[in-house]
Design a protein around this ligand. Structure first.
Ligand code: NAG
Ligand code: NAG
Ligand code: NAG
Ligand code: NAG
Ligand code: NAG
Ligand code: NAG
Ligand code: NAG
Ligand code: NAG
Length: 513
């Protein structure tokens, strides 16, 4: 008997239904995450390079065109894994740097934990970035049966080598320039990070990670095809994060792109697109596609100083502007009862947990405290409240949320931003060999503006600031932020621990406590 997944229907679009069969035919779930993949950087959003596999998959399923992620890596991944906002996990400030002793809190259940309870086999390939200082925080202890990849957040695509510097609260991360090319000078701690299960891998030097993770995914699909059990594959590509690296032949078609970083990035995207094509081909080859749901998502906006682009949206990765949080995403599956659909329903990365639970036929226990949608259409997204971002400007009202604090909330069509949201420039696709150049972090000023209100439905590019003329709405949205802030746990952001030094651990990044 066919059952219908209503929650999925609600989240995607009223006219879309996933027709699922009962019992052992519970669908396989393949969740592919691209790293720092910009809003503009997919064929169907007008990219000036080609993404034929992604385009074809997206148009065979449903494109999510009102879909939101978080502006940086660990926060998005934490919400994807747990269905919970950062203010409820303590991850509201910055990312988890490799040298910091913390991670996604152990009491939080991941979607892999839940799927395991449903008898899924669960596999993670690629980037983790949810904690590594103790074994308990690494994937095999967070619901995954197998893992192949790296535990921290970024590294060299060929050598799997990365360095970290000292971090603590008083160092504003916006001041730390992102590494665009490999540069280990002035770094404190350096080591390798590539693991098979928990074991360091030393024989992959020289293999480009997009090829490596694609091959691992294909092997896994092959193995899974021999099993009766459904599987969950979380394929978190390193692509297309900095450093700017790709085998030269992927750049060949893009000689006309003048900007060097953009040209390399085009090649990096092409390699990833090919990888996704190879993975779907394997699903078909082993006759699993007919019962698979494939989800594709970026983790945050593109890094415009590293070849990415979010045009026409405003802002960059790391910012609360739409360019930081509005993401590329789609679902493809022969189980969807419609093809070629576009969903304009508001959707957020925290909605995947209950959606996937629903696909797998699992009941979500209320005690999990999900912030992700649990039926009905989403009306509101808390983009974040970061009380540790340096304050900006003067407080607007004394009886509600403090507008000097970095925060953003979406209610219906309206988005309110407070504090220092980060670089709010509009960055067109670079047309020349140079640039764009980083304007640097906002300097604190008593007079600095710190409140913006946009009607994102009418003004997705955030040009028309309504805050001056809609004071009542600003106040009520600030009240909502204050209410969320009351439910927040204190942020966790410990300073770097020198014991992390890979030199003390066989040259590899890994548990030191
Ligand atoms: C998909 O399912 C919905 C809900 O049952 C239905 O309204 C719609 O007509 C179906 N679409 C197709 C193409 O079958
Ligand atoms: C999982 O498998 C076990 C053993 O085959 C079975 O007893 C249990 O009912 C299954 N659980 C679910 C949720 O299907
Ligand atoms: C944080 O780092 C800065 C710069 O290195 C240093 O001046 C400050 O004392 C550090 N704070 C703590 C609490 O370690
Ligand atoms: C990896 O390869 C690079 C370039 O060939 C080389 O410089 C480096 O020493 C190698 N690393 C290891 C761990 O073998
Ligand atoms: C995809 O498969 C083709 C054919 O086997 C291979 O040449 C290519 O390197 C693969 N691409 C990736 C990204 O794995
Ligand atoms: C939900 O979780 C709570 C706390 O872990 C547990 O006591 C309860 O039995 C669970 N309920 C169900 C229906 O599994
Ligand atoms: C709050 O602001 C109002 C007017 O903006 C002012 O009259 C009042 O004194 C302020 N209260 C405090 C405690 O600062
Ligand atoms: C948010 O909550 C924290 C902890 O309760 C509190 O210290 C802070 O003042 C609140 N911030 C705002 C802007 O309401």
């Amino acid at each position: 008997m066919a059952i219908k997944s209503n929650l999925f229907q609600a989240l995607l679009a009223a006219t879309l239904v996933l027709t699922l069969a009962e019992g052992k035919d519970t669908p396989n779930i393949v969740f592919i995450v691209a790293d720092d993949y910009g809003f503009h950087d997919i064929g169907y959003h007008g990219a000036e390079f080609r993404t034929p596999n992604l385009d074809q998959l997206a148009s065979s399923g449903v494109k999510l065109e009102n879909y939101y992620v978080q502006p940086i890596c660990s926060p998005t991944r934490s919400q994807l894994m747990t269905g919970r906002y950062q203010i409820h996990t303590g991850l509201q400030h910055s990312i988890i740097w490799p040298s910091q002793p913390y991670g996604l809190p152990l009491q939080d259940q991941t979607i892999a934990n839940l799927l395991k309870e449903q008898n899924y086999s669960t596999h993670a390939i690629g980037k983790w970035h949810l904690g590594l200082y103790k074994r308990e925080y690494t994937p095999l202890h967070r619901g995954f049966d197998t893992f192949f990849g790296y535990w921290e957040g970024g590294e060299d695509y060929y050598t799997y080598y990365n360095c970290d510097t000292f971090h603590n609260r008083t160092v504003n991360e916006d001041l730390v320039p992102e590494k665009l090319v490999k540069d280990d000078t002035a770094e404190k701690w350096c080591g390798y990070d590539l693991r098979d299960m928990e074991e360091p891998v030393t024989n992959m030097n020289g293999t480009y990670s997009t090829h490596l993770y694609t091959d691992k995914a294909i092997n896994l699909i092959k193995t899974a095809s021999k099993s009766e059990r459904p599987f969950f594959l979380y394929l978190a590509y390193q692509a297309v994060h900095t450093p700017m690296e790709v085998p030269a032949h992927y750049m060949k078609p893009y000689a006309h792109i003048q900007n060097k970083f953009r040209r390399i990035y085009a090649g990096m995207v092409s390699a990833m697109d090919e990888g996704v094509g190879n993975v779907t081909q394997a699903l078909r080859k082993y006759d699993l596609w007919k019962n698979t749901v494939l989800i594709f998502s970026t983790d945050n906006g593109g890094q415009v100083f590293g070849g990415g682009n979010n045009w026409p949206l405003r802002g960059n990765k790391r910012t609360l502007w739409e360019g930081g949080v509005r993401g590329v995403g789609f679902v493809a599956s022969p189980l969807l009862n419609q093809t070629g659909a576009v969903s304009n329903e508001l959707m957020h990365v925290s909605d995947w947990f209950p959606t996937i639970a629903d696909i797998a036929g699992a009941k979500v226990n209320k005690s999990l405290g999900l912030d992700g949608g649990t039926g009905g259409l989403r009306k509101e997204i808390l983009h974040n409240i970061d009380i540790w971002q340096p304050l900006q400007g003067k407080r607007l009202f004394n009886d509600t949320f403090d507008t000097r604090v970095r925060a953003a909330i979406r209610i219906g069509n309206y988005k309110l931003i407070t504090g220092d949201p980060g670089d709010g420039n509009w960055y067109p696709v670079p047309a020349t060999a140079d640039g764009p150049t980083n304007p640097g972090p906002t300097k604190y000023s008593e007079d600095a503006k710190n409140v913006w209100l946009f009607n994102v439905a009418l003004d997705p590019v955030e040009v028309i600031d309504l805050s001056g003329s809609h004071m009542d709405r600003v106040h009520s949205m600030l009240d909502r932020l204050a209410a969320y802030n009351k439910t927040a746990v204190p942020p966790t952001y410990p300073q770097s621990d020198p014991q992390c030094d890979p030199k003390l651990h066989g040259g590899f990044w890994g548990p030191w406590q």
